[in-house]
Design a protein around this ligand. Structure first.
Ligand SMILES: [Zn+2]
Length: 195
């Protein structure tokens, strides 16, 4: 199984310290009609993400069973971005994947999309992306989806796997902006110096 890089450990620790990655339980996601989970299909991680959403829907879904609709391409939310390095060898892939996600929302009448990225992601590492770039593209994916369908709700989630321990977080957008402006400039300097 892929191990998290040293750089990504530092980035994730900083985001946790500043509350950018927050407990999902604190965020009330409307799952009354279910949820579209846009995620990387990574076979080492998908069961954790899926079962986590089963747990999250307990008592929150108006159906007699969990309603989790998967859109699971390698790289997950990153693939929605036309300019993503993960799409470099697949021109046009972003539009196709976006159409699939919007179609899923229509077909299943589910207005809530969770855009997932995960660290470490083999697709992102193959494209030489660090965690900061991965999270940026996740946020961009959320914006693209929201701009393409009125009434759709989207939230950014992140799954982190370290030393075999897996955990999903909600990415708090406002805190991300503050972290980017106030913490990242010094953090990137220290990362460059340590190379
Ligand atoms: Zn992945």
């Amino acid at each position: 199984m892929l191990e998290i890089s040293g750089v990504d450990k530092v980035i994730v620790d900083s985001l946790l310290e500043h509350g950018v990655l927050a407990s999902v339980a604190s965020y009330l996601l409307d799952q009354s009609r279910g949820v579209i989970v846009l995620t990387c299909g990574d076979g080492d991680q998908s069961h954790d993400i899926f079962s986590y959403h089963v747990q999250l829907q307990e008592g929150r879904c108006n159906y007699p069973h969990p309603r989790i609709h998967l859109c699971a391409w390698n790289g997950g939310a990153l693939r929605i971005n036309p300019a993503s390095a993960t799409n470099r060898t697949a021109p046009g892939a972003a539009d196709i994947f976006l159409a699939e996600v919007l179609d899923a929302s229509d077909l299943k009448d589910i207005p809530v999309v969770v855009t997932y990225c995960h660290v470490p992601c083999g697709k992102a590492y193959a494209a030489r992306m660090n965690a900061k770039e991965v999270f940026e593209e996740n946020i961009r994916a959320k914006k693209i989806i929201k701009s393409r369908k009125s009434g759709i709700k989207a939230a950014c989630f992140v799954q982190v796997c370290r030393e075999g321990k897996k955990r999903s977080y909600y990415l708090v957008r406002e805190r991300w902006e503050a972290w980017l402006a106030n913490v990242w400039p010094n953090l990137v300097l220290s990362l460059v110096r340590s190379l």
